[in-house]
Write a protein that binds this ligand. Sequence first.
Ligand SMILES: Cc1cc2nc3c(=O)[nH]c(=O)nc-3n(C[C@H](O)[C@H](O)[C@H](O)COP(=O)(O)OP(=O)(O)OC[C@H]3O[C@@H](n4cnc5c(N)ncnc54)[C@H](O)[C@@H]3O)c2cc1C
Length: 303
Amino acid sequence: MTPQDLFKNFGGKIHNDFPAVNAPVFKSPQGTPYLTAPGVVLIARPNIELSGVKSFLEGFDHGLGFASYVDDPTALSSGAQLCKIAGQTCYASFSPKRTVNRDAERYFKNIMESGHGSVLEHANYSFLLYGISRSLTHELIRHRAGFGFSQLSQRYVSGRVLRFVERPEFQDGGKFHQMFLERIDRAYTEYHKLADALLAEQGQGTAILSAEAKTDLRKKVNQAARGLLPNETETIMVITGNVRAWRHVIEMRASDHSELEIRGLAVRVFFCLRQIEPILFGDYELHELPDGTHSVTTPNRKV
Ligand SMILES: Cc1cc2nc3c(=O)[nH]c(=O)nc-3n(C[C@H](O)[C@H](O)[C@H](O)COP(=O)(O)OP(=O)(O)OC[C@H]3O[C@@H](n4cnc5c(N)ncnc54)[C@H](O)[C@@H]3O)c2cc1C
């Protein structure tokens, strides 16, 4: 099965060139919301325009033919074109003898095999992620180089958006699924019970829960109440990373050594990026593992 086929099998859709793999929300019999898969929505990607570069190129000896650079008849995806002009700027490779867009795949193969991955840092992709647990994001945010993260605050946001994530191992409908449902109902009830009790205590003027501003009052309650929430509490985040950084995360986290939930996320991110950047993410191989899940590998590690 190809990455494109699997993208569709996972419910992937492309909205105006922005892929997304959304995830449904379920409810326990008591009404506690939970999700069983990561939701991955691409919300930003590069937008490249080269026409303004022509005057710059015409400023060189016309015999070099640099201006032809912007008339390349082969259109590339925005990320590939951006990284390619960045790389070709290094050697002023603008003349008709340069590697033209038709041969972009060869150009990037060379970049990746020789480890000159810094040109891949120009293209950034932002995703909204949801249906992921706090334990997953604890691992994800360890990736520092080339990433920006904005994650739901459990201090500012009250229990009204509280949801949970069921691990793949519990999803067969058996006793572990039942235990999960009971556990999240318990956590949901306990959280609200504790928050209500803390609010009541705060109303009586308890010093450690007091604050000047109204939002700070609620924050003091939320920050204390969240202590009882389990690792399987859902979080949401917007994450932005460049191609080099995303490639590293896919290699580390979509590998078969990686933890199951974060691997599910990394594979979905890979599907989305592969859809829109077939050259920059074209060297990956998809594998089906004995348990029916997937991993992704590349010979070009850590470019
Ligand atoms: C299967 C698996 C198991 C793991 N188990 C554990 C564990 O038990 N305990 C634990 O604490 N962590 C664990 N980790 C996390 C791991 O150690 C890394 O912290 C995490 O994967 C981030 O990757 P990175 O270090 O490559 O950083 P990234 O931020 O993704 O950086 C990419 C690359 O940039 C370079 N770089 C980034 N920052 C620096 C820096 N400050 N100085 C020099 N070079 C830098 C490095 O070459 C690095 O590989 C595990 C990860 C995996 C995939």
